[in-house]
Design a protein around this ligand. Structure first.
Ligand code: 5GP
Length: 197
């Protein structure tokens, strides 16, 4: 289980898309949200866009591995999909906020938790404006939220500073690759190395 969190505007989406493209062993978990679909987003690929009633029903039926309210909208990770993918041997990548990451850690303590940060709050603000997807009020809210989210940094094992995008992509992927090689995760047995007697 790979959990990526970041204040919005830190470049997380660009980073995980690049990693998904080059690493077929990683499966992306598409979240459900009550947030309206943005220009260019595709239902079922970026998110499953649902009504608040639909989301509420899923909360009540235990459909989510975690869910949270972020920027006034509901977001949740479907439980069944991630477990199926893990069972099939895929690494599952979740793009979720700090509240969701905390819930996932309870269920998957062996997960890899990576926090991506911009080099400064000023750069974050510039990136949010450049996206042209949010109103001024939404941008102000996201910057306030970013400051709050940064206070959860200690919950994560890894920190990637997205100053230069190619380097941030390489570092994030290197973390994932190194975690796969952990002796305690490996299916490899030392017996396979010993001569047959
Ligand atoms: P956005 O609306 O900009 O795509 O995402 C806003 C925030 O919601 C991001 O921090 C993103 O990581 C988070 N988010 C997206 N999907 C989920 C989810 O399923 N659960 C939780 N807890 N957060 C999510």
């Amino acid at each position: 289980m790979i959990v990526l969190s970041a204040p919005s505007g830190a470049g997380k989406t660009t980073i995980f898309r690049a990693i998904l493209e080059k690493d077929p062993q990683i499966s992306y978990s598409v979240s459900e949200t009550t947030r309206p679909c943005r220009n260019g987003e595709v239902n079922g690929k970026d998110y499953f866009f649902v009504t608040p009633e639909h989301f509420q029903h899923h909360i009540e039926t235990g459909y989510f591995a975690e869910w949270a309210i972020v920027h006034h909208h509901y977001y949740g990770t479907p439980r069944q999909y991630i477990q199926q993918q893990l069972d099939q041997g895929f690494d599952v990548l979740l793009d979720i906020d700090v509240q969701g990451a905390r819930q996932i850690r309870q269920v998957y303590p062996e997960g890899v938790f990576i926090f991506i940060v911009p080099p400064s709050i000023q750069v974050l603000e510039e990136r949010l404006r450049a996206r042209k997807t949010d109103t001024e009020a939404a941008i102000r809210h996201r910057i306030e939220m970013a400051t709050e989210e940064l206070s959860h940094i200690d919950d994560y094992q890894y920190l990637v500073i997205n100053d230069q995008l190619p380097q941030a992509i390489a570092e994030t992927h290197a973390i994932i690759q190194a975690e796969r090689c952990r002796r305690t995760r490996s299916l490899f047995s030392i017996q396979d190395l010993l001569p047959v007697s």
